[in-house]
Design a binder for this molecule. Structure first.
Ligand SMILES: Nc1ncnc2c1ncn2[C@@H]1O[C@H](COP(=O)(O)OP(=O)(O)O)[C@@H](O)[C@H]1O
Ligand SMILES: [Mg+2]
Length: 332
């Protein structure tokens, strides 16, 4: 497989006047292979946006190597036309239609006008193309943003938290759009703090925590690596069954009236051990790990409702204008 994005040892420290230096990236590594939908997962404040901004030359990294479509970041300008990205939420003029917005962007980017129609169709906005952007839902604005990134027919699409602020229907639409683009061969890097998002749409993933990669690989493989061989067992006498498992050298605990047996490679050991001790199973379920438990394992943070935000230090992107605080970037 060919790597479309290769990042190694990326460091970035921000120095704010008020809050002091802030290490955003602490030797971060990531590889995204061609043709994949790659999930970039991590809590708020873990360094996802900083990574993507560094990759696109929007912020200077202090050190580290980055390659995108085979070129170093210094030569990014030569491949920029092959990359579509939505990193900072683009602001659109409410009084222009979606179609007019794309026409202007196409003109500015030297993109043939027929791409406007094609991208409107691709993101499912064709019927609403002539309506003013201010009448669009958040999901539609997000799709317009994706359309703007698709004008150039990019090989690589980078989406920073595309599900942010969307309702479940919007998230569903965004997910089908990502799948549809992937089926046409576009490599997609999609960052999210929503575990669900990554699990449902991505082939491979990188988990970042406090500016470092904590785990990576195909989603199924990451999940398998964290499989603890646990089984949930229902029996009439869970406490008695727990003793039988312990007596046979196994390890188990009680959970909500069921027995959870762990470290098991072959489930028949459970049925045999319990059956021999006179405990008849009425249910045996393999407890496969989900990303939420993997995330807990690798970062020690606890996500709630699928949202991970415990590393957040409350920093918000600066408002476009009229903000008193100035942040200075330090380059080594
Ligand atoms: N311009 C900036 N000035 C100061 N601190 C920043 C700036 N951008 C990001 N940070 C800090 O860097 C860390 C990583 O932020 P970010 O990359 O936005 O995380 P994520 O996108 O994963 O939520 C956070 O602690 C954030 O507060
Ligand atoms: Mg971010």
């Amino acid at each position: 497989m060919t790597a479309v994005i290769e990042i190694s040892g990326l460091h970035k420290t921000f120095r704010g006047w008020r809050r002091g230096p802030k290490v955003a990236l602490d030797g971060f590594d990531m590889v995204v292979e061609a043709g994949q939908v790659h999930g970039f997962l991590g809590p708020n404040g873990s360094g996802k946006t900083t990574t993507l901004r560094a990759l696109l030359g929007l912020v200077h990294a202090d050190s580290g190597d980055m390659r995108i479509l085979g070129t170093t970041s210094a030569d990014y300008i030569h491949v920029a036309h092959r990359v579509g990205a939505i990193v900072e939420s683009p602001a659109f003029f409410g009084n222009l239609s979606g179609q007019r917005t794309l026409e202007l962007l196409a003109m500015a980017g030297g993109v043939p006008r027929k791409r406007v129609e094609e991208t409107l169709v691709a993101v499912g906005l064709r019927d609403r193309g002539e309506d003013l952007v201010k009448s669009y839902s958040l999901g539609m604005k997000q799709r317009l943003a994706v359309a703007s990134a698709l004008l150039k027919q990019p090989e690589l699409l980078i989406l920073d938290e595309p599900a942010n602020g969307l309702d479940p229907a919007g998230i569903h639409e965004m997910r089908s759009l990502v799948r549809e683009l992937a089926s046409r061969g576009v490599t997609i890097l999609i960052s999210s703090h929503l575990l669900d998002e990554i699990e449902q749409v991505c082939d491979s993933m990188t988990i970042i925590s406090r500016g470092r990669r904590v785990t990576h690989g195909p989603v199924a493989q990451v999940l398998a690596q964290h499989d603890k061989g646990e089984y949930s067992v229902r029996v009439a006498d869970p406490a008695g069954a727990l003793e039988a498992i312990a007596a046979a050298g196994g390890s188990a605990r009680l959970n909500e009236g069921k027995l959870v047996v762990s470290g098991v490679t072959d489930a028949s050991w459970i049925t045999q051990t319990l059956g021999t001790a006179g405990h008849w199973l009425t249910e045996l379920t393999a407890l496969t790990p989900d990303l939420e438990s993997v995330f807990l394992d690798v970062t020690g943070t606890r996500p709630g409702n699928g949202l991970m935000s415990d590393v957040d230090d409350g920093w918000q992107p600066p408002a476009p204008a009229g903000r008193a605080e100035i942040e200075i970037e330090v380059t080594r």
